[in-house]
Design a protein around this ligand. Structure first.
Ligand code: PBG
Length: 333
């Protein structure tokens, strides 16, 4: 009891940096962060193109990807997720499951040089279809109808081709119903029962994906993704998506986007006993980066705070385009 009254003095433990450090509840570590890369199938081995809406992020040839990852591994990179941009696209996304597709080649290259780097692949058709949808559309049909069940075997084939190339984790992001089960079964039947599925279980139809679609050249040519990705207004439904994916065999779940969906990350963390990842998506990256480049915010501090918030909400792993920068600057070790 103090002579000034008996009240909580929170400032006692904030008095010095050392005191603040010993009572800190959340910390970011290098292993919490997963970098995302865009790899392009091209005849120009030195191809390297900055993405207009994502300053500091690049479309890379295989050779440039290798250089980029080399530098990142030297600063402590633990894991990455790969997105491919093929030369040719068609209505059924054939390049997604081509054994010698660009992502499959990238996985082989990275795993050969860095066996301890966790290499994860995004399993989806949208970067490989000429119409830009994540599932099958009948040839010539522009109504926007995406056919669920016929897509499943193609996603399974894609996942197997990634596992054959040496991927450590496959991450389906298409949001077709039943795809986790289809992929799990196919992996098991093909000798990959040891390969985990990290499912984008809770993926919203978000406007924050805009810059990614430029990066991955995957903008839908007609319609939108609202018939398969979730309505941003829904929270209860997210629990059903998560439960369904776990029942189908998902080993880890992703909530996406991250920053505007912290309540969902917390709900999933509290309700399900699997590792939870969150994806700080392209639009979240671009907004922070743009404000940083304009000198309107302290970018490093805002990035750290945004990621701390995502981790505090319950994400154990964060997919973020800031991973490389943070490691290089020593802000995360
Ligand atoms: C593929 C996919 C998308 C993202 C990850 N995987 C795009 C989309 O669904 O439109 C978005 C990632 C980002 O915005 O950074 N389906």
């Amino acid at each position: 009891m103090s002579e000034f009254g008996d009240f909580f003095r929170g400032r006692r433990l904030r008095r010095t940096a050392a005191l603040r450090e010993i009572v800190r509840e959340t910390a970011l570590h290098a292993a919490d962060l997963m970098m995302a890369y865009f790899v392009v199938e091209t005849d120009d081995p030195t191809f390297r193109k900055e993405i207009g809406a994502m300053p500091g992020q690049y479309q890379l040839s295989l050779q440039e990807l290798e250089k980029q990852v080399e530098a990142a591994v030297a600063t402590g990179l633990r894991s990455c997720i790969l997105f491919g941009i093929p030369k040719e696209k068609d209505y059924r996304g054939s390049e997604a499951y081509n054994k010698d597709g660009v992502v499959q080649q990238a996985v082989r290259l990275l795993k050969k040089r860095w066996p301890n780097l966790v290499v994860c692949t995004d399993v989806c058709l949208c970067e490989y279809t000429d119409h830009g949808h994540c599932g099958l559309v009948r040839q010539g049909d522009t109504s926007g109808e995406v056919h669920n069940d016929p897509t499943l075997s193609l996603l399974a084939k894609t996942a197997i081709s990634h596992a054959e190339a040496g991927a450590d984790i496959v991450a389906p992001s298409d949001m077709m119903d039943g795809r986790v089960q289809a992929i799990r079964r196919a992996l098991d039947q093909n000798g990959f029962s040891h390969i985990p599925v990290m499912s984008y279980a809770v993926k919203y139809a978000s406007s924050f994906y805009g810059p990614f679609r430029e990066a991955a050249e995957s903008t839908p040519q007609f319609g939108d993704r609202k018939t398969y990705q979730m309505d941003p207004a829904n929270r209860v439904e997210a629990m059903r998506e998560a439960a369904a994916d776990i029942a189908e065999g998902a080993d880890m779940l992703i909530v996406k986007p991250a920053g505007p969906y912290l309540d969902i990350i917390r709900d999933v963390r509290d309700r399900f006993d699997v590792p939870v990842a969150a994806y700080q998506v392209s639009g979240e990256y671009s907004m922070i980066r743009a404000a940083g480049l304009n000198g309107w915010i302290n970018e490093d501090a805002v990035v750290m705070e945004s990621l701390l918030g995502i981790k505090r909400a319950g994400a154990g792993l964060i997919i973020t385009y800031f991973t490389e920068d943070l490691l290089r600057k020593g802000l995360v070790k």
